[in-house]
Design a protein around this ligand. Structure first.
Ligand SMILES: C[S@@+](CC[C@H](N)C(=O)[O-])C[C@H]1O[C@@H](n2cnc3c(N)ncnc32)[C@H](O)[C@@H]1O
Length: 233
């Protein structure tokens, strides 16, 4: 039986407000972390919409020097801090703050990050271009995106409303007590186009070459979701 990375850190199974899906987390870990180990080693990492700190944690374990997460929901920031403390991570190695991703990217412009994680978030926003343009200001050599996509061949963002009450979803960044907010799913070519426009080349990691167990990962299997690596030119 394969040893799953998060089996050694089971708090993340409990503090996640997404469904408990061990194989999905494990396969994502292989794509997001293991295949990017060289980029993460020694890096200062920014984790956008960091949830309970799971990917910041995995990045540190893969050799990152420092991780910083921003997350819209305070209870998840609390969980991230508790998880790191519980697993004995030095306080110098991380920081989590509550806030809107775009606000963070707009105000923390004097910061330097080598790798920016944009995981499970890019279909919970309608500010795709603004986020990519602002991510590019931090001087990072690598962005890692993991996102649901629109399957259109053209440069498309398909817009829908989603419920703020689900902790996996968008926050109401206007603080206007809205129940539903507009979000958009970007197509593969639109994602590449926007990244190219700020000087990054984009490749998609192929889940079909090495994932042998797609249980809990059907959206990756049918390409409705993908993992993308953008590298500064
Ligand atoms: C589907 S979860 C993904 C969590 C994690 N990054 C992952 O890939 O497993 C989306 C996360 O984005 C957060 N979020 C949504 N909109 C946000 C915003 N505008 N600013 C900060 N966090 C946001 C949610 O609270 C939730 O934790």
């Amino acid at each position: 039986m394969t040893e799953l990375f998060f089996d050694s850190y089971p708090r993340f199974y409990e503090t996640s407000l997404t469904r408990r899906l061990p194989n999905r987390l494990h396969q994502r870990w292989r794509k997001i972390i293991v295949q990017n180990k060289a980029a993460l080693e020694g890096a200062r990492v920014l984790d956008l919409a960091c949830h309970d700190g799971r990917w910041s944690f995995a990045a540190l374990k893969a050799g990152a020097a420092y991780v910083e997460g921003v997350e819209g929901r305070q209870e998840l920031v609390d969980s991230a801090n508790e998880n790191f403390e519980s697993y004995g991570i030095s306080k110098d190695a991380y920081r989590f703050s509550q806030g809107d991703v775009v606000d963070f990217l707009t105000t923390e412009t004097n910061r330097k990050f080598d790798v920016i994680l944009n995981l499970g978030f890019f279909y919970h926003t309608l500010k795709h271009l603004e986020i990519i343009e602002r991510m590019a200001q931090f001087g990072a050599h690598t962005f890692i995106f993991d996102t649901a996509v629109d399957l259109s061949k053209g440069n498309i963002i398909s817009i829908e409303l989603e419920a703020v009450s689900d902790p996996r979803n968008a926050i109401d960044h206007l603080d206007a007590s809205r129940k539903m907010v507009p979000v958009g799913r970007i197509s593969r070519s639109a994602l590449a186009l926007m990244l190219n426009s700020v000087g990054y080349d984009c490749i998609e990691l192929d889940w079909h070459t090495d994932v042998d167990d797609f249980s809990e990962c059907r959206t990756y299997e049918n390409r409705k979701r993908g993992t993308f690596i953008a590298t500064r030119r």
